[in-house]
Write a new protein. Structure first.
Length: 59
């Protein structure tokens, strides 16, 4: 059974490098306070780690 995680964008993407903006796009995050749900795979967790200052994991 896949473990699901909820990811919320808590800071704006304005002024961030384009690689971080593309990472947020790949996660499906477009606006502040938006929440998306993904399987907790190593690829998703790596993307979350790359933009950890812009997102948080919602329990």
């Amino acid at each position: 059974m896949d473990k699901k995680i909820k990811i919320q964008q808590v800071r704006s993407r304005i002024g961030m490098p384009s690689c971080q903006k593309r990472t947020l796009d790949a996660l499906g995050l477009r606006k502040n306070n938006q929440i998306v749900e993904h399987s907790a795979t190593s690829q998703i967790l790596g993307m979350v780690e790359k933009v950890r200052h812009l997102v948080r994991i919602v329990e």
